[in-house]
Design a protein around this ligand. Structure first.
Ligand code: HEC
Length: 242
């Protein structure tokens, strides 16, 4: 009996194991790239001229306007409701709704806090988060400058959901991907929603502008290489809620 079974069993097992491994071979990074070497804790170059106390328009404020105000149908170049185009520094400042150094008397800020005549963004978009409001208020309070600071180093030694991925999504994606009708039906205000696009490859594909994916943030500035690397590392390490 055994003599007959073994030769039959070996090819059967071989086929089974090929089937099983290919079924599990799904790669959420789509491009098959390995984790960049600096996650090992060596190339940690955290030296940067950016001040932790300063709010930078290009990196911190503009993405919020682009994701919460300048989407199509609202305040972008083609729609510009009430003549407001909120996708650039000049567009935002020329509304007259930013009272430099004084957020509470700035009508653009008041609309976002729902304490002005208008409540923005209107339903079904999700209201601004307290983190976003704090950033915009601080930026106006610091003179509403057209300032920019790119981290000169990219510290990817300890990438975590709570400290890196979640804030990044809140800043650059959540305006469009939350509320009653999130973009593409994709809800990114919860870990479950973010984990789903991490696992199905769409998170990395869309922010890296890989072919076959819609480029994200839609109509906004692309994420920096550093941010994309952080997402890549977080996904490669299992996209956990750490
Ligand atoms: C200005 C609005 C807007 C912003 C900002 C935005 N998205 Fe989207 N997103 C959309 C819309 C609308 C869709 C539906 C598909 C389309 O229209 O391209 C979409 C689709 C997607 C998809 C599906 C892509 C695909 O190919 O199936 C993913 C994933 C995604 N967004 C992730 C993100 C991430 C991550 C960010 C932030 C880095 C982001 N989005 C920022 C509006 C936005």
């Amino acid at each position: 009996m055994k003599r007959i079974f073994v030769p039959v069993l070996i090819p059967v097992l071989a086929v089974l194991s090929i089937l099983l491994t290919s079924a599990c071979k799904h790669d959420p990074l789509a491009d098959g790239t390995p984790i960049p070497p600096d996650t090992a804790g060596n190339g940690n170059n955290n030296s940067s001229g950016c001040s932790k106390d300063t709010t930078y328009f290009v990196q911190q404020v503009l993405p919020i306007f682009q994701s919460s105000c300048a989407m199509s149908g609202c305040h972008n170049c083609t729609t510009h409701k009430k003549g407001l185009i909120l996708d650039s520094y000049n567009g935002i400042l020329s509304t007259g709704g930013i009272n430099v150094n004084n957020p509470t008397s700035s009508s653009v800020y008041r609309a976002m806090t729902n304490s002005g005549d208008e409540n923005m963004p209107p339903y079904p978009a999700a209201p601004m988060t307290s983190t976003q409001l704090a950033l915009i208020s601080k930026w106006i309070g610091q003179g509403a400058k057209d300032n920019s600071c790119l981290e000169s180093g990219c510290d990817t030694t300890n990438v975590k959901y709570t400290t890196h991925i979640k804030p990044l999504i809140q800043n650059a994606c959540q305006g469009c991907h939350s509320g009653a009708s999130p973009g593409g039906g994709i809800e990114l205000s919860t870990y479950a929603g973010i984990k789903a696009i991490a696992d199905n490859g769409k998170f990395f594909g869309s922010i890296s502008h890989l072919s076959g994916f819609s480029a994200m943030p839609k109509n906004g500035n692309p994420l920096t290489d550093c941010q994309i690397n952080m997402v890549r590392i977080w996904i490669r390490l299992g996209a956990t809620q750490n």
